[in-house]
Design a protein around this ligand. Structure first.
Ligand code: PXP
Length: 239
């Protein structure tokens, strides 16, 4: 049975749109856990555009399952991770101008540097997950430099414009999962997965965990709207 890790960044995105203190991603994490989520993910970005340092500190105090800190492999974040102590850190490439993480990490470009990052995190008992494209070479290097987990980037699959493109990209993911699993890595998958395109993944039982954010928060807005409106009507109807 695969596990679900819920990314709560978008709750903070809504909060930041108003610059006030709600909705609170820390409360959202608690609700996700009560609903059965196996892990809470937050991405602390260099520009703090959604999750901020206060959120991370409170999440560390309140998350009872596992906390996965998604982050760029830069000194500032490595030190924050070492001081905070999430169960795992997912290393992602980060560009200031991007709307969301765009591609997998290029571990091949600098294996020594990433190997040192693994050591600095593992030294504090933090497991390292590499977010990488379904590319056998990247997977092998991630394994060689000490990564324990690879999260296979499913974003390109989720952006396929037709069925044959989706199938072709899914097959690429399936091969990558097989290679990663064969090397003894724990395998996760995520990015762009939603209530429709995730169904195909039933064919890949070697994927242990799914990291999903946008589609869950987007659905929460819609399935929760009916109740939210009714509650406000109940308040104003006798005015
Ligand atoms: N995995 C990683 C590494 C990500 O960067 C993201 C987006 O923050 C996700 C999973 C979740 O993607 P989505 O929000 O599209 O479900």
């Amino acid at each position: 049975m695969a596990r679900l890790a819920v990314n709560i960044d978008h709750v903070a995105t809504v909060r930041q749109a108003r610059g006030i203190d709600e909705p609170d991603p820390v409360l959202a994490a608690g609700i996700a856990e009560l609903a059965g989520a196996d892990c809470i993910i937050c991405h602390l970005r260099e520009d703090r555009r959604h999750i901020n340092d206060r959120d991370l500190a409170l999440l560390r105090q309140t998350v009872k399952t596992k906390l996965n800190l998604e982050m760029a492999a830069v000194d500032e974040m490595i030190e924050i991770a070492r001081n905070t102590g999430p169960e795992l850190s997912t290393l992602v490439p980060e560009k200031r101008e991007e709307l969301t993480t765009e591609g997998g990490l290029d571990v091949k470009a600098n294996p020594d540097q990433y190997g040192k990052v693994v050591e600095r995190l593992r030294d504090k008992g933090i497991k390292v997950s590499f977010f990488i494209d379904p590319d056998p070479e990247q997977i092998e290097i991630a394994h060689k430099i000490g990564g324990e987990i690879v999260e296979i980037h499913t974003g390109h699959y989720s952006e396929a414009r037709n069925e044959s493109e989706a199938e072709e990209r899914f097959v690429r993911i399936a091969k990558a999962v097989e290679i990663a699993s064969g090397l003894g890595l724990s395998v996760s998958a995520g990015h762009g997965l939603n209530y429709v395109n995730v169904k195909r993944f039933k064919a890949l039982p070697m994927i242990e965990e799914y990291s999903i954010g946008h589609s869950i928060i987007a659905r929460a807005v819609l399935v929760g709207l009916d109740r939210a409106v009714r509650e406000m009507i109940a308040l104003v109807k006798d005015y």
